[in-house]
Design a protein. Structure first.
Length: 148
C-alpha cells in the first residue's frame, strides 16, 4: 500500500472517530436533558389531588379548632381523636368550582379560589375560600387557606 493510501485511511479513521464522538456526545446531552426533565418536580395546580387533599386537611383542622372553641374546650387543649371522629362522623368535606386566579411565574405558586362544601346530616354548607399552593424547594407542597 502506498503512503498516500495510508494517509487517506488515517484521515477517514479520524473523521469517523470525530463523527462518532459528536454523535455520542449529542446522545449523552439528550439523555441528560430527558432525565433532568423527567425527575424535576412539576408545579402543582389548583385542582391537583395533592392540593385538594391539603386544602381539605387544612379546612378540617381549622374546623376542629373552631368546634373545640364552641364546645368549651379550654385554650391549649384539643379534642381527642375519638371526640373529633364522632363529631365529624357523617361530615364530608369537598371542593367545587375551583378557579385558578393567578400564577407566579418565578415560583410556580398559584392563587386559587373554590367553594368548600361541608355535607353533614344537618345539611350542606358552602363556604367560599381562597388558597395559595406552592411547591417548596424541598419538594413539599405548601398550601395556605383563607376564608374559613
Amino acid at each position: 500500500m502506498s503512503k498516500k493510501g495510508v494517509i487517506m485511511k488515517t484521515k477517514l479513521f479520524r473523521i469517523n472517530t470525530i463523527c462518532f464522538l459528536q454523535t455520542a456526545l449529542n446522545m449523552l446531552l439528550i439523555m441528560i436533558a430527558i432525565l433532568s426533565f423527567g425527575c424535576s418536580k412539576s408545579p402543582t395546580t389548583c385542582d391537583s389531588d395533592d392540593t385538594v387533599k391539603a386544602v381539605i386537611s387544612t379546612a378540617g383542622e381549622t374546623y376542629k379548632e373552631q368546634l373545640s372553641a364552641l364546645v368549651g374546650v379550654q385554650p391549649g387543649m384539643e379534642l381527642s381523636e375519638d371526640e373529633w371522629r364522632s363529631m365529624r362522623a357523617g361530615m364530608n368535606f369537598s371542593l367545587e368550582s375551583i378557579i385558578e386566579q393567578s400564577v407566579n411565574k418565578e415560583t410556580g405558586g398559584r392563587q386559587c379560589s373554590a367553594d368548600l362544601i361541608i355535607n353533614s346530616t344537618g345539611g350542606k354548607e358552602i363556604i367560599p375560600i381562597k388558597y395559595t399552593t406552592e411547591l417548596q424547594n424541598s419538594g413539599d407542597l405548601r398550601v395556605t387557606v383563607s376564608g374559613l
